[in-house]
Design a protein around this ligand. Structure first.
Ligand SMILES: Nc1ncnc2c1ncn2[C@@H]1O[C@H](COP(=O)(O)OP(=O)(O)OP(=O)(O)O)[C@@H](O)[C@H]1O
Length: 259
């Protein structure tokens, strides 16, 4: 369980990225965070693994206030959290398999990981992760030879290989075309349901949020302005979250329309 208690984050330049956020995220949920650019979605998600550190409040993960964590506890925390970025964050010149194996780094001794020595078990785990996202045949290709959608699936496989308790995905489909975006969202949802990994995804496409989320959190100006089941969300809800009428750009579009 993740719990934000009166969490605020003021950036060094004085800008408030989060304002008094209070929210509980339950085990196994698939949450989509929506909001316009600058609403604070990235700041919210990155606070959880402390890529950015809140300046006030308590952020409890599995009952512990992570804001008091020192380096060693933070390492332990991050081992349990897989992260997926908009631009995949792969090492281009390495093979797909080696990129996926980096998901084991938190579980491997420093010396072994420096030497690139992964066990046969880790290798099988990595290959199985690639299989689950449908690209096991790319295991020995160089990462930069893959399409954007394939690279994002490699990054999902890397997160999966980490055997995390939580997955954070920061705009995972923003660089992809509509059909590929749906493949990536389906993979994330499938993994969430099959493995029970609590998943939080930032998106700015409202149709995708409605299609894949169990629960939607809406942000504006660093605050949570909506929190409820996806089934209760309508176009009007998004207009309230965004503070303006919905536009065509707010929609990713369906697979069919683009085929
Ligand atoms: N390092 C920083 N220093 C100062 N301000 C920042 C920093 N990072 C983000 N911000 C500001 O905090 C606000 C929230 O940014 P954040 O990236 O969390 O929003 P977002 O909803 O994820 O939007 P986007 O989709 O554009 O990334 C924005 O106004 C942004 O300019």
């Amino acid at each position: 369980m993740i719990e934000f208690k009166n969490v605020s984050l003021t950036y060094p330049n004085g800008h408030q990225g989060l304002k008094n956020v209070n929210v509980k995220i339950n085990p196994g949920e698939f949450i989509v965070v929506v909001g316009l650019s600058g609403a604070g979605k990235s700041t919210f998600i990155r606070s959880i693994n402390q890529l950015v550190k809140p300046t006030d409040g308590e952020l409890l993960i599995d009952g512990k206030n992570t804001l008091t964590f020192k380096e060693r506890d933070l390492k332990g925390l991050r081992k349990n959290i897989g992260m997926i970025f908009q631009n995949y964050n792969l090492v281009n010149r390495m093979s797909v398999l080696r990129n996926v194996l980096t998901g084991r780094l938190g579980h491997t001794s420093t010396l072994k990981s420096l030497l690139g020595l992964f066990s046969e078990e880790d290798k099988q785990l990595a290959l199985n992760s690639l299989k689950r996202v449908g690209i096991e045949e790319k295991a020995y290709s160089r990462a930069d030879q893959l399409s954007g959608g394939q690279q994002q699936r490699v990054s999902i496989a890397r997160a999966l290989t980490q055997q995390p308790k939580y997955i954070l995905a920061d705009e995972p489909v923003a660089s992809l075309d509509p059909p590929t975006s749906h493949i990536v969202m389906r993979d994330l949802k499938k993994i969430n349901k099959e493995d029970g990994i609590t998943t939080i995804v930032n998106l700015h496409f409202i149709d995708m949020a409605m299609e894949y989320a169990d629960r939607i959190i809406g942000m504006r100006g660093g605050e949570i302005v909506f929190d409820g089941p996806a089934s209760t969300v309508t176009e009007k809800t998004f207009e309230q979250i965004y503070g303006r009428p919905i536009k065509e750009d707010d929609l990713r579009g369906s697979v069919e329309e683009n085929e």
